[in-house]
Design a protein around this ligand. Structure first.
Ligand code: HDL
Ligand code: ZN
Length: 449
């Protein structure tokens, strides 16, 4: 097998490996059509009725009204003052009018250089769609309206090389829970895997306990957890893991999250009991990883709805203490602050039961993906999961993976060049094996470990 010596040969081999590598996307907010779609499709040609609360989001208007772009459009057309548009006005517009407003202000009247704007254009380009010179959206909308959603999912997965989409299934969302309780078998789609998302259990046990009581589980008064309450909460988790066939359990946490919980905070204390006596024992018993996504400061501007959140500096030592105290558990972890990334990578060097992943949310930008990925390779080699997409709209798989693949590939070439410079013999099959680890095998092996 030829050894790769020249940088140009390494670049070619990495490019080839990346182009053919199937990707398992370990964290998205995507759903298959069986969860309902608010976007009408193939009107009149056997298309099913739309479902306004449907969770399967796809197509141009959903792309343009992605919450990242909603936040950005309110920067150029402010919610108050002369020439502005209030939040209420915006949210009262039909989806296509919201999209037109975003298109005009972020794409037509100024160059779409932000990552979220550029992403829309990359997705259209990868679909072979040209933006008309007059930048009118009618023709593009017509093309999307002619797509058959399920076939379109196959098309997007084929172009993006994503072979499996991991969902985020929020059991505390009434819309989603009702769909699972109605007919879980109707929600199976082999292209998608489920993840049980349970933020309130750790972030707000009193509210979670109230819900569990309503749902028929004796979760207690929300302050203390008796042995029975613990058993009942474990039953709740186990039943939902089984109903969803969840491949891991996940939640997001605020920057203030700490383990152990602060003495003076009864809600955090109750959350800690739920973590130690309910979540981690059930995950260990089922051999499921527990994913902590830490640093989301929710609702700083509630009028922006899904775009309302920002990030903050979190405590990596709490993650280290959990990995140390629960060696029988497997932990996925990603953090939202750029400033946490180095310490989190160092923590991963200390604990084999900790798998760090992705450049989450406000880190999913080229300059930060490059910085974080370079640091992770240098500290962890290939024993990490460099990226997830966090897509909310199906078509985003196209741009999020196109952009990340290119950056991860660029860093990989540098790292290989450094290794080859020592005289190390590098062959294409080494590169293929590494790329497979990064984009699929590390995730699958960690689930199975
Ligand atoms: O909590 C999460 O899973 C985050 O990813 C949020 O959904 C966030 O709004 C998001 O979409 N980030 O990309
Ligand atoms: Zn997410």
């Amino acid at each position: 097998m030829a050894k790769l010596k020249k940088r140009s040969d390494i670049e070619k081999a990495v490019g080839k490996a990346l182009r053919k590598q199937p990707i398992v996307d370990m964290h998205t907010h995507l759903y298959p059509p069986c969860f309902g779609t608010p976007v009408p499709h193939r009107a009149g040609k056997g298309g099913s009725a739309t479902d306004p609360a449907g969770l399967f989001l796809w197509g141009l208007d959903e792309l343009l009204t992605y919450h990242y772009l909603v936040a950005e459009v309110f920067r150029v057309v402010p919610a108050a003052g002369e020439g502005g548009m209030s939040y209420e006005q915006f949210w009262s517009l039909p989806k296509t009018a919201q999209a037109d407003h975003i298109w005009k202000n972020l794409f037509v009247d100024r160059t779409p250089v932000s990552e979220a704007c550029r992403g829309v254009l990359t997705s259209l380009d990868l679909l072979g769609l040209e933006v008309p010179k007059n930048k009118d959206l009618a023709k593009l909308r017509k093309w999307f309206a002619q797509q058959d959603p399920s076939k379109y999912i196959d098309k997007v997965m084929e172009i993006s090389h994503v072979e499996s989409i991991t969902m985020t299934n929020e059991v505390f969302s009434d819309n989603e829970r009702a769909r699972w309780l109605k007919d879980p078998e109707k929600l199976r789609d082999p292209r998608f895997e489920a993840v049980l998302r349970i933020d309130p259990i750790l972030c707000n046990w009193p509210a979670a306990a109230q819900k569990l009581n309503e749902w028929g589980y004796d979760a207690g008064d929300g302050k203390n957890l008796s042995d029975r309450n613990v058993d009942e909460a474990r039953r709740f988790l186990a039943e939902w893991i089984d109903r969803q066939k969840a491949i891991y359990v996940a939640l997001s946490l605020p920057p203030s999250f700490s383990y152990p919980a602060p003495e003076h905070d009864p809600v955090a204390q109750a959350g800690q009991v739920a973590l130690e006596k309910v979540i981690l024992p059930v995950c260990a018993e089922r051999n499921l990883p527990f994913a902590m996504m830490i640093g989301s400061r929710r609702g700083v501007n509630p009028s922006l709805r899904d775009a309302a959140d920002m990030g903050g500096l979190s405590d990596v030592s709490s993650v280290a203490r959990l990995c140390n105290a629960f060696p029988q558990n497997k932990f996925f972890c990603t953090m939202l602050a750029r400033e946490n990334q180095h310490e989190l990578a160092v923590a991963a060097r200390k604990f084999g039961n900790l798998m760090i992943f992705g450049c989450w949310w406000f880190l999913n930008n080229p300059c930060l993906i490059e910085e974080i990925t370079r640091m992770r390779f240098e500290l962890l080699g290939t024993s990490m999961i460099p990226q997830h997409s966090d897509c909310r709209v199906l078509d985003q798989l196209l741009y999020k993976w196109e952009h990340s693949r290119a950056i991860i590939g660029k860093v990989l070439v540098d790292k290989y060049a450094d290794v080859v410079a020592t005289g190390w013999p590098l062959a294409t099959h080494d590169i293929d094996a590494d790329v497979n680890r990064l984009f699929r095998k590390n995730f699958r092996d960690f689930l199975a470990r």
